[in-house]
Design a protein around this ligand. Sequence first.
Ligand code: HEC
Length: 106
Amino acid sequence: MILRQITIALVLTFMASASWADLNLARKSGCLACHSVDKKIVGPGWKDVAARYKGQADAKALLIEKVKKGGKGNWTQVTGGVPMPPYSPRLSDADIEKLVDFVLSL
Ligand code: HEC
């Protein structure tokens, strides 16, 4: 019984720290100047992004391209046409993939 509780506590800690690490990467990379998880700042809230692309098979590749190259047009009604800045090569491909995985997991 106690072992089970310890296991659950460990799993929860691990899950929490995984998303904390992703959020920290987002903060370090400057994303949080324009995004938050659940509301629009300059760019769309990331939960809204996840909801829009839910179930779309090519979403990950598409969003990786967008974060690398920047661009606008997908969220004009939310942003008034402000573009998303390009992040490659400022951020490594691995970090960009991590951030996109995080956004899509919300
Ligand atoms: C200067 C403000 C700004 C910063 C900084 C910024 N974004 Fe954005 N982001 C935007 C805007 C504006 C949009 C909406 C673009 C559009 O209309 O297509 C956007 C859109 C997005 C989208 C959805 C793209 C789509 O086509 O649906 C993702 C994912 C995203 N940003 C991730 C990130 C990540 C990850 C970072 C940090 C590495 C970041 N953003 C930094 C402003 C910003």
